[in-house]
Design a protein around this ligand. Structure first.
Ligand code: HEC
Ligand code: HEC
Ligand code: HEC
Ligand code: HEC
Ligand code: HEC
Length: 318
């Protein structure tokens, strides 16, 4: 969340004037020809979306093929800017040749070494480290440092690279026949050349993704890579995560709200990347979407709705 601690004003910082790149101009021309008009209908998600946002990650913005089984956005608009692997999971996971350096299942993305500017404040009681694995997986797209289609193992055999670069990514042909000429990332001048309020085409279905382009400065985001205070429970500022899930000597703590003894996807959790239970992106978000009640996923991939600050009050007792 950027949400509570505006150390700096992200929007003001980010909305500096973007040069209209060749990329945008080419595309604007084709949009004009296609005569695209917006038709957004979902009100439950933070931004208008053509994805139905229910039942599967296939029907969410994390489907980077940009094609939903029934309806949804027109992926062809995106084909020039990222490889369409025609498989939803492969932008993040691979059955073979996975990146074992990162603590996420069968991970298909390189995690370049990046030094993040971390949150700081005088009132913190815990020290803040660099983001742990359960944040780095998200930042591998959301920090904008590499293209969203930069995967290590492309579908088909013999298409592996431990550090995918443009040459490697260019060996892919889109099933639509329209080859990508750019492998864009979530940053200014790339995906945000169109997906920003000042790009001129927001409203035609190219939503404003400025807030999702987190960058490498995490000072205006809820701290991640921060361990949970060991003094918690009644009379403290913290609620006690009652559940424990142990794998390979690492203990993930979770708030077992339905007391079933299982770490359910709707439950807020604290990951152990080596220094004890910590807050990471995955503490509050599930990248596949979670439906708490009814069939629509919670907005912004949250594990539970944040109505009445319910996400915050899971850990904090303020
Ligand atoms: C040249 C302009 C342009 C660029 C660059 C661009 N997009 Fe888009 N994007 C669009 C347009 C136009 C739509 C709307 C398509 C439609 O309504 O069918 C769209 C739709 C989307 C959607 C679906 C939105 C929704 O929920 O309905 C996603 C997700 C998306 N783009 C991601 C990306 C990503 C990731 C990148 C960078 C790799 C990117 N786009 C680059 C123009 C662009
Ligand atoms: C945008 C990235 C992304 C996409 C797309 C994605 N996943 Fe995941 N997946 C993740 C991350 C990140 C984790 C680790 C979650 C955590 O840390 O708890 C994960 C974890 C999992 C797990 C382990 C259980 C869990 O939920 O933690 C399974 C199983 C899984 N994914 C299956 C899939 C399948 C099947 C698809 C395609 C239909 C898919 N994923 C698409 C990012 C993704
Ligand atoms: C493969 C690249 C990729 C990975 C990995 C990834 N994301 Fe995303 N994510 C995107 C793109 C592209 C969008 C579309 C931009 C948007 O919706 O604002 C997006 C959108 C989002 C949104 C906004 C959804 C909305 O309704 O607007 C959230 C929240 C989010 N991601 C969280 C996460 C978290 C948390 C993780 C890790 C657990 C993660 N993402 C991993 C690419 C990725
Ligand atoms: C402590 C809980 C928490 C953590 C940790 C967290 N988020 Fe969020 N995030 C939220 C909430 C709640 C929202 C809903 C919007 C709001 O309240 O401002 C959100 C919104 C978002 C959005 C949508 C854009 C926006 O700002 O509204 C993106 C993208 C996102 N988070 C990505 C991430 C990533 C990536 C990480 C890790 C670096 C992360 N989040 C860590 C709680 C969290
Ligand atoms: C998974 C547990 C968890 C959740 C959920 C959570 N927080 Fe936190 N929060 C923490 C931890 C741990 C710290 C670091 C505390 C420390 O070092 O004293 C923290 C720090 C903070 C701080 C900084 C305090 C300071 O002294 O600078 C603020 C403000 C904050 N959280 C607000 C929120 C809000 C608002 C939400 C809901 C959107 C939220 N938190 C959700 C665990 C959580």
């Amino acid at each position: 969340m950027r949400h509570a601690n505006p150390v700096s004003n992200r929007s003001a910082l980010r909305r500096h004037s973007l040069p209209i790149s060749l990329l945008t101009m080419l595309h604007l021309a084709s949009l004009a020809v296609l005569g695209l008009a917006g038709s957004e209908s979902r009100a439950d998600v933070d931004l208008p979306s053509k994805f139905s946002n229910q039942s599967s990650v296939r029907n969410t913005r994390h489907n980077l093929t940009q094609r939903q089984a029934a309806g949804g956005p027109s992926g062809v608009n995106m084909d020039p800017y990222r490889n369409d692997y025609a498989e939803v999971c492969v932008y993040c996971h691979t059955p073979h040749g996975a990146n074992t350096n990162v603590g996420a299942p069968l991970w298909n993305r390189n995690i370049p070494s990046t030094t993040y500017t971390v949150y700081s404040s005088n009132s913190l009681t815990q020290s803040i480290s660099q983001p742990g694995a359960a944040s780095l997986v998200c930042l591998s797209c959301h920090d904008g440092q590499q293209a969203v289609d930069a995967i290590m193992n492309m579908p088909g055999s013999g298409r592996y690279s431990s550090a995918p670069n443009t040459g490697f990514l260019n060996t892919w042909s889109n099933p639509s026949g329209l080859g990508p000429f750019a492998h864009a990332g979530l940053k200014d001048g790339e995906c945000l050349a169109c997906h920003a309020s000042n790009a001129g085409i927001v409203g035609t279905g190219a939503a404003d993704f400025t807030l999702a382009a987190i960058g490498t400065d995490l000072r205006d985001d809820h701290p991640v890579g921060v361990t949970f205070p060991t003094t918690n429970g009644d009379g403290t500022d913290w609620k006690t995560p009652g559940g424990s899930f142990v794998v390979g000597g690492r203990t993930t703590k979770y708030y077992d709200e339905n007391s079933n003894g299982r770490m359910d996807k709707g439950e807020i959790r604290l990951y152990d990347s080596g220094s004890g239970p910590s807050v990471e992106c995955g503490s509050c978000h599930d990248p596949h979407g979670v439906a708490t009640s009814g069939s629509l996923f919670n907005a912004t991939f949250l594990r539970k709705p944040n109505a009445a600050s319910a996400v915050c009050l899971t850990c904090h007792s303020k």
